[in-house]
Ligand binder design. Structure first.
Ligand SMILES: CC(C)(COP(=O)(O)OP(=O)(O)OC[C@H]1O[C@@H](n2cnc3c(N)ncnc32)[C@H](O)[C@@H]1OP(=O)(O)O)[C@@H](O)C(=O)NCCC(=O)NCCS
Length: 182
């Protein structure tokens, strides 16, 4: 007998497409982020790890819904290279979905795609700043207190991690910084 699918993300996956970001999406992505986060997004501590850094092109996604002239950009997700207390890894975010169509699994499915691709690319560890009750859906959990520090104030309960290589967090101690080069 076939399993009954109860996962909203799986049930609705056919209602939208997830693609890699391209330069022509930039204006629509900016408008989506302004809508979802407002101008305060530039003041967030995570932004300090994005300024002067470059997102990983293979790990930048957009979601589209509709067809033909009605096709619209409805979601966006970006991953950034960071050094996680000595472990080269990624920071997830921003993640945003147009308010009118939230709850269809677009956010979770973009993240699942990103996590699969990141693992394939050899990344071992991902961090983010966000709501644990949401990100637990894709396996994130709180960083143990005192283990890692961000380059500015962050509510410690919102600093989350996800291992792509089991045990990777054990090697991470101290500051989360932009990638160490050279
Ligand atoms: C967070 C966001 C990306 C989710 O997008 P989405 O496509 O609606 O997400 P999904 O459909 O994959 O998941 C929806 C589920 O997550 C839950 N959820 C959404 N945001 C949540 C949150 N902050 N905390 C806990 N649960 C949350 C919804 O209630 C829903 O639950 P259900 O499946 O039990 O009904 C979207 O709400 C958004 O753009 N918010 C504004 C920007 C933002 O806060 N981004 C995250 C930064 S930390």
């Amino acid at each position: 007998m076939q399993d009954i699918v109860t996962d909203t993300a799986q049930l609705n996956a056919h209602l939208y497409d997830i693609e890699h970001q391209r330069p022509e999406h930039a204006a629509d992505i900016e408008a989506l982020l302004d809508l979802c986060f407002g101008p305060g997004r530039y003041a967030k501590t995570a932004q300090r790890l994005r300024e002067g850094n470059e997102a990983v092109p293979e790990l930048c996604y957009v979601a589209f819904q509709g067809e033909g002239a009605a096709r619209k950009l409805v979601g966006s997700l970006t991953f950034w290279p960071v050094n996680i207390g000595g472990v080269p890894g990624l920071m997830l975010g921003p993640l945003a979905v147009v308010p009118a169509i939230r709850g269809q699994g677009i956010g979770v499915n973009m993240m699942r795609r990103g996590l699969d691709d990141a693992k394939r690319l050899g990344y071992r560890l991902i961090i983010l700043v966000g709501d644990e009750p949401y990100y637990v859906k894709v396996g994130f959990g709180p960083v143990p207190p005192g283990r890692l520090t961000m380059p500015g104030p962050v509510d410690p309960s919102r600093l989350l991690f996800r291992e792509l290589d089991i045990g990777a967090l054990a090697h991470a101690h101290g500051a989360i910084t932009k990638p160490v080069t050279g």
